[in-house]
Design a protein around this ligand. Structure first.
Ligand code: EPZ
Length: 413
């Protein structure tokens, strides 16, 4: 890709990766066929579909509409290669325990951005009556009879643990109260999907979620919310290039933390009848970032914002409170001329006049997005490898950026 072009035009945001993955897994709970609309064409969606097909579930797609037929589940195991490829596969534990009384998954290993344990998932499922053992790297979760509702307090508002426990509890006997639950919009979307199947979930989006177990769940039709992280990524890409871009299919409320931060930089993001328009002159102030669970500044936007701060006026201090190793983009941004010092969960970024293009590699999904953002403004040509990371979370990335004027093309690996 070549830097220097101000982005102009319109981009349509796709369905949210971090909503559609738990929702596709949630369809396991219905002894019926669920229809899911606005499913983005992402590698992670293909992976979760393979995981479900391995359980005997039929998954079919027609454009952005997906049908998930969970009438016959004849396997309760997710093999290592899937868990290793995508951690969200652990979300099948809750629904399998609820539907089949057993789930066997391999213990997920670490990943680039952190050890990412699943202790909170397992503690919650045990509280609901599951017996969990770990042998030869496999977790075996079993329950005799039906899961039973419980009061559960999460040590950390984990998104995945909240989703796993919620999906187990909807078919449990009695009431579950989940406290210190994650409040992300994707949790609300999952709860809405489950309720449209006949579940009784109340309070999603707050820190206390109450679930009254029901005996069975039926089919549902659901449209996935837009991807707030994809939207934030395009907002920053437009801002860094001094562009003027209109984002369509956004839920403005979900992106408030990012809009507020861009406003502090002096970048105006204006609401235009349910769309978002960002106009920038390419000059912006350095601001500090502290990532927090929703509604704080999202950790999934930290790397992209670091690319912006790399060419801001002033010095930014970043504090990444959610994951322990999520500054891997810094090494690659330094190769492009950024002035970044990393110390554990803190980073100091001193804005520089310009970045220069070179060969860089994506270490994870959002670090890859940060490199694209930097490449849009770097002098000369930037070549990014490790595109498999980007393909996990950004639908039609090259096409979308090309349509708003970026000089970017995919060179087959
Ligand atoms: C979800 O991951 C997202 N993934 C992540 O997005 C996102 O960064 C993260 O939530 C935080 O918002 C999906 O939704 C598929 P967590 P998840 O459980 O559920 C610790 C992206 O780029 N923790 O909220 O794994 C954990 O180690 C991805 O789209 C425990 O200690 O996140 C981490 O430090 C990356 N024990 C923190 O909590 C547990 O049992 C947040 O993890 C679970 C989590």
């Amino acid at each position: 890709m070549k830097g220097g072009k101000a982005l102009k035009g319109e981009v349509v945001i796709s369905g949210a990766k971090n909503a559609v993955l738990p929702i596709i897994v949630g369809a396991l709970l219905a002894e019926d066929i669920c229809t899911i609309n606005d499913v983005p064409d992402l590698a992670d969606v293909a992976t979760i579909s393979e995981v479900l097909e391995g359980l005997g579930v039929k998954v079919s797609r027609n454009g952005s509409t997906m049908l998930v037929d969970s009438r016959h589940i004849d396997n309760i195991t997710a093999p290592y290669e899937y868990i290793q490829k995508m951690r969200a596969s652990v979300l099948i534990m809750g629904p399998l325990l609820a539907r089949k009384g057993q789930a066997k998954i391999s213990m997920p290993g670490g990943c680039g951005i952190g050890t990412r344990p699943i202790d909170l998932h397992l503690k919650g499922l045990e509280a609901l009556g599951a017996r969990i053992s770990l042998e030869h790297g496999d977790i075996d979760a079993k329950v005799d009879g039906r899961l039973k509702g419980a009061r559960i307090y999460l040590d950390f508002p984990s998104v995945g643990a909240t989703e796993n426990i919620m999906m187990a509890a909807v078919l449990a006997e009695g009431v579950t109260v989940l406290e210190n639950a994650a409040e992300e919009p994707e949790i609300v979307d999952l709860a809405n999907f489950l309720n449209s199947m006949g579940a009784k979930v109340r309070g999603a989006g707050t820190s206390v979620i109450k679930i009254e177990g029901v005996d069975s769940l039926s089919k549902a039709v659901h449209t996935v919310i837009p991807d707030r992280i994809e939207a934030g990524t395009y907002l920053i890409a437009a801002a860094i290039t001094g562009g003027d871009v209109l984002l369509k299919n956004v839920i403005i409320d979900h992106i408030k933390p990012v809009i507020a931060k861009l406003g502090e930089c002096g970048i105006d993001v204006i609401e235009e009848d349910n769309n978002l328009r960002v106009i920038s002159n390419g000059q912006f102030k350095a601001v500090d970032i502290k990532t927090l669970p929703y509604p704080g500044f999202p950790t999934d936007m930290q790397a992209q914002f670091m690319a912006l701060m790399a060419v801001a006026n002033g010095i930014s201090v970043f504090n990444e409170t959610v994951f322990e190793n999520r500054f891997m983009q810094a090494d690659e941004l330094r190769r492009m001329g950024a002035n970044i010092k990393v110390d554990g969960r803190n980073a100091i970024i001193e804005g520089v006049e310009k970045l220069t293009g070179c060969q860089v590699k994506a270490s994870d999904l959002r670090a890859g997005a940060a490199l694209v953002i930097a490449g849009l403004v770097a002098e000369g040509e930037t070549e990014i490898t490790g595109l498999q990371h980007l393909d996990r979370g950004y639908e039609n990335l090259v096409e979308k950026f090309t349509a708003i004027g970026a000089d970017i093309r995919r060179v087959t690996d």
